[in-house]
Write a protein that binds this ligand. Sequence first.
Ligand SMILES: [Zn+2]
Ligand SMILES: [Zn+2]
Length: 256
Amino acid sequence: MSRENDFSCSGYCRDCEREHSLPEGNARIYALKLMREFERIQRLDYLTSKASADPALSFDRIFAGEQGNMFGVLECQDEHGATRVLRAFSSLPRGIREVEGWVPPILSSDTYYGLVEPTRKRIERLSAELERIPIDEKAHQARAAQRRKISQNLFEEMQQRYRFHNFRGGSRPLRKALSNDSPVPGGVGECCAPKLLDYAARYGLRPLGLAEFYWCGENSSRHRRRGQFFPVCESRCRPLLGFLLCGLDDDDCRRS
Ligand SMILES: [Zn+2]
Ligand SMILES: [Zn+2]
């Protein structure tokens, strides 16, 4: 199967020294259903009545101009064997974090509002100051160094606070969940797949299939098309998948 047509997700697990993978299952069917719902209701808060819908969550607002976003569905089985379909959006700008009916972000609200937001504001203030100070002045260099230190500390602190869960009952901070020692790219854990798999692992759901697709405004001229399916991303998600999927294919192990 060519890479373009392979929408399943897989990754190398350091503990088991092999790949774990999850097929697409029926997730594409549920994703297409979700797209039809998107066309119909044109907003994210689908559990809220039209009258009390939040304007910030309307697609006019979210997909203004050329903006687009990734969405994902995870087909799961609960402990009674019933099908449950989880849905997720990859992180959206303007502080859109928790929306009823969508899996929440991995980074807790306490961390986000207590640490990330205030630190980002500090960095913004420093950036504004930097623009006012001539580049060859000592004060400029000092402020620039200060800004670098603050954002570096934030990045390291966040890596500790992202905690991922898997199907073997394990949980690890970001650095330890990754399957390689390369520098951690920004935004790891903010895509749909990790959010969905982490949620399923924490709530005793067994994933059967995953699909991710792109959505944007009707007139977007971007390279990515509205409704186009994509495999789980290489840079941020794949190094996490070995850990996240660990424990899911234990039955296969016993058979072989
Ligand atoms: Zn990703
Ligand atoms: Zn494993």
